[in-house]
Every structure is written in C-alpha cells, then in structure tokens.
Design a protein. Structure first.
Length: 308
C-alpha cells in the first residue's frame, strides 16, 4: 500500500474537573471526553524516491487558518510517527499530509488528533501490525489527549487525563461549535486557572466524576446532559478572552440546553435538542463578536479510523 488516509475526530470535554497542581507540573484531572463529527484527515504516503537527503518524515498541512501549525519535527503527527518507528526499532520514511478542519489551538485537541491519526496511518503503511494497546501506550507518551483520539466515543480520563475508561451512552447528541478568532494556549489557561484560585484563596478540590453527567449519558437525556456540563478551566478562559461570555450568553438565550467553553477554549460548545435545532442555533449565533465561524456536529463518533 503506498498511501493510507485516516480520519480522526475532535473532542469536546463534557466535564473537566481540575485538581491541584502536582509536583510534576501536571494537574490531577477528571476529564470526560466526547468525540464529535468534526474531523482532520492525515494521509501517510511512501515518499517518492528522488532526494535521498530529504527528511525521513515530511509533513504538509492544508486547510483553514493553519499558519500556527508547525511543519517541522515539532508537529505532533511527526512526533507520533517517529515514536512509532522508534518502538519498531528501525527508521521508516513517510510523507504526512494533514487536512485540518479541527480549529487550531481551539480546545478541541486537534494536534493530539493528528498524532493519533499518524500512529494508525503509519502502523498500516509500514505494515507493523501493532495492536491498539501498543498504540495507546505510545499515544500516552506523546500527550494526555492522544489516547482518547485513538479510542473515540465517550470516555472518562483520570490521572493527567491519559488513563481512560469508555463510558456507556445512549443516542446521539447534537452540538454547535462557535470557533473564535485566534487560539488560546493551553498552558496559559491552566496557569490562569491556578492564578485565579490563588487570588481567591480557594484550594482546588480533588476532582470527581459527576454522577448526574454519567446518568444523563447512559439515558441519552440531552436536557440533563446540558445541565451537567462543567469546565473548571472556563473562568480562566473567560478572563483571558472576555468576549466568550457574550458568545455563551447568546447561545443560552437562544435555547441551548447547555453552553460551555470547550477544554482550554476559545471554542464554545452548545448542546441542542436535535440536529434541526442545532442548525437554527448556529444561524442565530454566527455573527456574535469574536466568532470566526460556527459548525454543527454530532457525537459520539469513533476514534481514528482508516478512511474508506
Ligand atoms: P487541547 O485541546 O489538546 O489543549 P488545542 O485544541 O487547544 O489543544 P491544538 O490545535 O491541538 O490546540 O494545538 C496546540 C498547539 O500545538 C498549536 O498552536 C501548534 O503550535 C502545536 N501543534 C503541533 N502539531 C500540531 C498539529 N498537527 N495540529 C495543530 N497544532 C499542532
């Protein structure tokens, strides 16, 4: 096979409970991930023979607003492919092409998704046949959100988010995402969260999964799910990007069942009753200040999958 394409979903956090800062610089988290139908596609191809001095792993990025995405060894897809080759114990070559639809630095784990897709694509291209358990281990070394992008569906992550347990859900949930102008740096948002807590003199509680959220997911009850959504990073994201408060308020005013900043932001996520309501809501909020575009999506969807 000379090229393999893998489609990989974005995630939204249904609950993001952030505990105290640990000695290793990470926070203890309870992170309920939900994969939604907003996809990047990563193609791994055998390089055309020609330039023997070319890097063994090349990368190109296509799509909207991809200027911030490195086309070097820092690209998370390249790091993933290199980690896979190291695990297999020899050097392999591939040209990676990333077609991005997941917003960059948008709190939807697009870089992690590309890393997961590169693992699946290169495992296939290079004929390594590593089982998903091995890919999950490599994924966890690359970043906390990468294992979930392999798994997809809905799952709870504990530790720094990388220890995953799939969750039972019923039905389909319909979402609207308001993509913001510009991104937010994840470390900066965590730093602001710590700073706000220190300023207020509040100790971070030990994170625990919300029973109301689990019940809503099991029952496929969108109304209860909307009420149970929570994100401890939201105050920090709003402090760094005050316009997001207006975006969330407008969505609620127009009947969203829940409105939340996705992960570290600045993407805002709105839960709707049906696909039709999601489209109506998208049209009503698309012109709010600071919003670059709106998209609708549904979840849960599977993780990184070889395309057709
Ligand atoms: P998360 O939700 O996991 O905190 P995010 O969605 O906010 O992440 P990403 O789009 O994953 O943010 O990217 C964050 C940064 O990672 C980017 O600004 C970019 O510099 C770097 N990066 C490296 N590789 C990639 C990639 N393949 N796609 C996007 N960003 C990448």
């Amino acid at each position: 096979m000379s090229a393999i394409s893998v489609r990989v979903p974005a995630k939204v956090n249904l609950q993001l409970a952030v505990g105290p800062l640990r000695d290793d610089g990470y926070h203890d988290l309870v992170n309920v991930f939900h994969a939604v139908s907003l996809f990047d596609e990563v193609t791994a191809a055998e390089p055309l023979d020609g330039d023997p001095s070319a890097a063994p792993l090349g990368v190109r990025v296509e799509g909207d607003l991809t200027g911030e995405v490195p086309v070097s060894d820092d690209n998370l897809a390249v790091r993933a492919a290199r980690a896979l080759a190291d695990r297999a114990g020899r050097s392999y070559r591939a040209d990676l092409l990333i077609r991005k639809s997941i917003p960059v630095a948008g709190g939807m784990a697009g870089g992690s998704a590309d890393a997961a897709a590169a693992l699946v694509a290169c495992n296939e291209l290079w004929g390594l046949g590593l089982p998903v358990e091995d890919l999950m281990e490599i994924a966890a070394d690359i970043g906390s959100d990468v294992p979930f992008a392999l798994l997809g569906g809905t799952a709870v992550g504990t530790g720094r988010g990388e220890r995953l347990a799939p969750l039972e859900t019923a039905g389909v949930f319909h979402w609207v995402f308001a993509l913001a102008d510009g991104g937010l740096s994840t470390p900066r948002v965590y730093g602001e969260c710590d700073r706000l807590r220190e300023e207020a003199g509040v100790a971070a509680p030990t994170p625990a999964v919300s029973e109301a959220l689990l019940a809503a997911l099991r029952e496929g009850d969108a109304k209860s799910l909307g009420q149970a959504l929570s994100n401890d990073l939201q105050p920090a994201a709003l402090a760094l990007r005050p316009s997001l408060a207006g975006t969330l308020a407008l969505g609620r005013e127009h009947g969203a069942l829940g409105a939340i900043v996705s992960g570290s932001g600045p993407t805002c996520a709105f839960l709707a009753e049906s696909a039709e309501r999601a489209h109506e809501l998208a049209a009503l909020i698309k012109d709010v200040d600071g919003c670059r575009a709106v998209v609708t999506a549904h979840g849960p969807v599977p993780g990184a999958t070889v395309a057709g």
